[in-house]
Write a protein that binds this ligand. Sequence first.
Ligand code: GNR
Ligand code: NI
Length: 169
Amino acid sequence: MAILSVLQYPDPLLRRKAKPVVDINDEIKAIVADMYETMEVEHGVGLAATQVGITWRIFVMDVSNTRDQRICAINPEILSREGTQQDEEGCLSVGHGLGVYDKVQRAAKVRLRALDLDGNVFELDADKLMAACIQHEVDHLNGILFIDHLSRLKQERIRKKIEKHHNRL
Ligand code: GNR
Ligand code: NI
């Protein structure tokens, strides 16, 4: 197992669209194990393969306080969305550690369909943080970041904050 480095905005690799997994082989299983480990050490509630430079449609998630309810979603699809919610989001790839977070409007409830590590299809109804996380991770697999959902002004402020941090010395 290994801890993977998490790409940071504005890395163009974060804009790639991930490809469907065709065979859940040992390589894919090893990637997922590394993604779980990376999500854990970075204290994220979710992590998409795109964030660690891998362009397969895979995300991992654990929204529990006990950190013992891991979910791996391969080739995830959001089957339905219902209602709206607006909650604070942050991203391990956007100004990690700089206090970059903002409210994002998302569907309040989603139904997810994906493959698990054994290649079995599962469906999951989610709300609250889990619903936000699923939408955030599926966005990553399509090259979309949470800041894309914010106003231009807010995006510009975040971009400047991160740029300043990169130029610190
Ligand atoms: O750790 C994370 N917290 C979070 C909070 C609200 C909605 C989505 C998330 S996901 C984020 C980790 C991350 O960057 N995943 O891609
Ligand atoms: Ni993210």
